[in-house]
Design a protein around this ligand. Sequence first.
Ligand code: S3P
Length: 173
Amino acid sequence: MSRENVVLIGFMGTGKSTVGTLAADKLGWTFVDMDTWIVERAGKTIPELFASEGEAAFRAYEREALRELLSGRGRVLATGGGAVLAAENRERMLAGGLVVALTATKDAIVERVRSDRNRPLLQGDVEERVATLLEARLGAYDFAHLTVDTEQLTPDEVADTIVRTLKASAQSS
Ligand code: S3P
């Protein structure tokens, strides 16, 4: 396992950005939110990008982001919830860093994303969209080196768990 970066994966609303910011701070590393990176690169918001270029174009930006961001070191990366769907991305994540999956129940996710207009895949009936996508993505995050349930811990405790795991894996090799 590479310890050069931390890659946070997980469904929308599992707290990847919040936890990633805290973990980067504790490690003295750089936090990068992949969606923000894509918005800057594309010059469009995520909803604009989906509307004007389509989801496939967004997924291409996502692959490019991972290629570029995981070629370096010392980064904590919050990936978008669908970034794990491409095998190429999963391989790159596993080779590029400690992959940490954050989980939460459907109800907690719905609460966290309910009023969000920035996620094109959740527009309409949020509860139905979350349920359908969670089902479609069942098992999609299971390839992580470490899985942390975000409902039993505060974001700070989740970040501490990640830092501890990273340091323990450095000592054991
Ligand atoms: C997506 C998740 C979003 C964003 C895009 C698609 C997905 O990121 O990349 O709206 O397919 O799950 P977050 O997981 O940060 O919300």
